[in-house]
Design a protein around this ligand. Sequence first.
Ligand code: SF4
Ligand code: SF4
Length: 363
Amino acid sequence: MDFNFKKYIEILNKLFRKNLSSDDITISKDIKTQIDKRPCKVPFERLEIYPDGEIIPCCPDFLKDICHAGNIEKQEFDEIWNGKVFSELRKKLMKKDFSYCKRNICTSYEPYLQQKIPSDYKKGPKEIRITYDKECNYNCITCRDEVIVNSPEKLDLYNNVYLPKILEAAKNLECVSLSGAGDPLFSKHLKNLTKKLIEIRPNLKFILITNGYFLNEETLAELGIQNNIKGITVSLDAATRETYKNIRRTDAFDRIVKNLEIMSRWKKNGKIEWLVINFLIHSLNYKEMPDFVKLAQKLDIMASFSTYRPWPSAKLHEQYDDVAVFEPYNKEYKKFVKILRNPIFKDKKHCSFQQKLLEIVSS
Ligand code: SF4
Ligand code: SF4
């Protein structure tokens, strides 16, 4: 099963037009004021490598005309980083021209607002987000209908074409984010890449986006990154073993919670900066949202809520209208809003929401 980037964007755009009007989701006035004063720094600092080697200056959901800046399979890294698309976007941003951006929904630039544009940005990105490798030990219903393991040919391509180019681009690198498409602690290629990166850049920081199954000291030590973790996001989507099993098709809720307990201690001791558990909201799990915050409180970590987005490799996307309880036209919308009014969601230390939901929580 191959990821179809164009199809994904088509689906997203269709849904954005249909369901996510610009008025539905707005960035806060504070952020608007700040970004009006400072240009967005994202394309000066980071890039993302998507399936099929596509390189995008920031999240494709936030760019109006998807900026295909190049392809790692066909081009050299420098040629892309200092190429036409990145240069044009940077020039526009310097003039505070956001004509490429869906500014009303973009949240990517927020963490970068306080930073200056790095004077040496032409040398290469400070951060790379690696989201091209879909190899994962899970097949969650929101993501895919079968477990994806790289074929020998794909593995060969990743190890012999992508990997050397990423190592070459690592000269200015401070942080690598893995993954968002598969599991970085399961994928043979990503584990190989991680070991090689840490060999040449021993101070490199890593952000892990994982299902948490292999999130333990042994795996991190095997990769040599037990002291190099900046932050970890674990996608959980449930507060009970049963719902977890139904959504993630793996009976491992208790195992993940145990792993989270260890990582929570690491966070408490300052070994990692942040630890987040993700909850992708849809009809199968929204009633567990308050209990999910309780779990985050118990672990003293952050629960992050966002709405389900359709992923074409999973059949569930065909039932979007039925499962999207956060859409006002959904038959369970009222029940969903009632749940969001629970005072537990005011605990800002342990829960965060995407802007669209925040407006309901704070109303
Ligand atoms: S404002 Fe948002 S969409 Fe535009 S370049 Fe910055 S991060 Fe990307
Ligand atoms: S959602 Fe994450 S854990 Fe689940 S199949 Fe997709 S990549 Fe794997």
